[in-house]
Write a protein that binds this ligand. Structure first.
Ligand code: SF4
Length: 93
């Protein structure tokens, strides 16, 4: 499967990770890294939300335009959000 490894061949997706395919992107939230700063939510309201523990989870990223979604993922100050393209190449961070 295209989304199973990054460019270096490292596995993508641990027990703390949530993934969502959105168009040609695979977005991964590493919930072990997220510290709830909400920069991603500010950048793309509706794509992400904080759960009851104050950690980012998906909301409705399918409704967000691609460039805004990428900007939201790039905004994470601790690189908790990673993005792969359809070929499995890492776009962010
Ligand atoms: S910007 Fe990063 S640290 Fe902040 S809520 Fe989003 S994923 Fe978590």
């Amino acid at each position: 499967m295209a989304f199973d490894t990054d460019l270096a061949g490292s596995p993508v997706g641990g027990a703390s990770e949530e993934r969502r395919s959105v168009g040609d992107l695979l977005i991964c939230i590493d919930r072990a890294i997220c510290v709830g700063f909400e920069d991603c939510i500010t950048a793309a309201p509706g794509a992400f939300r904080l759960d009851a523990e104050g950690i980012a989870t998906f909301s409705e990223p399918e409704g967000i335009e691609r460039d805004r979604l990428l900007a939201a993922c790039a905004a994470c100050p601790v690189d908790a959000l990673s993005v792969l393209d359809a070929a499995g190449r890492r776009i962010l961070p």
